[in-house]
Design a protein around this ligand. Sequence first.
Ligand SMILES: *Cc1c(COP(=O)(O)O)cnc(C)c1O
Length: 399
Amino acid sequence: MINAAGTKTRIGGSRIRPEAIDAMERAAESFVVLSELQSAASERISELTGAEAGYVTAGASAGLLLAAAATIAGDDFEAMAQLPVTDGVADEIIMPRTHRTAYDHAFTAAGGTIVDVGTNDVELGTGAATVEPWELHGAISEQTAAIGYVEKSYTQPPLSVVTEIAHEHDVPVIVDAAAEVPPVANFERFIDAGADLVVFSGGKAIRGPQTTGIVAGRSALIESIALQNLDMHIARDIWDAPSIIDSVALEEGVPRHGIGRSAKVGKEELAGLLAALESFVTEDQDAVYETWMARSTYFHQQLGGIEGVETTIDTSGESRAPVVELSLDPAVIDHSATEIAADLRSQDPRLFVGSDRLTEEMIVLNPMCLTDEEVEYVLERLLEAITPKATSNVEPFTE
Ligand SMILES: *Cc1c(COP(=O)(O)O)cnc(C)c1O
């Protein structure tokens, strides 16, 4: 199939980088103490993000689960052992209502109870704020474990406002920034704005293995993540604590497998993610962007002239890639956007176009996951699928 829809997990995310595949192959034939590899990853993530520490997870969603587990259990082995049961433990994760997504299931899976604040009044077009500072202050209590924040171009309020309120009450902030790189500078941006844990996906623009993610943040919380994710079947007398958990007091024993053990990260994924990350941060981002822009400009020029089709290049979107929006005029075009997208999907090879806005009669083309060879093919298929109504050229019948 051909992916003109962008880095969507459900159709395979992105093309993994060759460097990542090499690293995964080598890792597959080797042994490594996973906690030591995680410690090395932590140092690298720390350099890149400016955070105290970092951790490689089985995807951003797994990272959110572990972040919730860390903010709920902290360094309390008993609390770790009982998650997702949170009897006697503060488990509330406060979220501005407009930040709720299907991904927040990861918070509840860890034992979190989501408390949402604010309103959706912004949808009324009133200009009202989605959440006011007093609402966040008011929601924080003894039961609060964290504030959850989802970073998007449109999210309110700014992260720094939320972290300031949270820190006044000694509450950590977890940021879901899964799709927020590139730009590479965003690795630092959320930590700079005071986030305590930030989660990125490894399988989107980083182009690491699909089942990887990154958490960056405070070392005490990363330690808790490590303890709840690592395999803890250790012989303590001959065990050297790796640096990622070396400040944890283990005189009273080691924790059992935590809730994160079900979100295991393999050595192959760890090695693959680290290799992909290196390549991602050193590649020429401007050149990559130019490639995307050239493809989108081509689509824009070739499709924009069709009667009943209006094209725009939108550079403000989630993936930061310049995407082409095709607005179809139902009075002129024979098929609806939904019919066209469905038709393209049923061809061989199947062609997936961006379908988040079909109800607005809009098809979106995302250049990120295409190759140059595929670009022309996508155009050909679209030209065939988007046919102005045959009747529009037919003279009216008169006797
Ligand atoms: C993609 C995405 C995730 C999940 O990322 P995975 O690495 O696939 O687990 C979580 N949150 C947001 C906002 C996303 O866009």
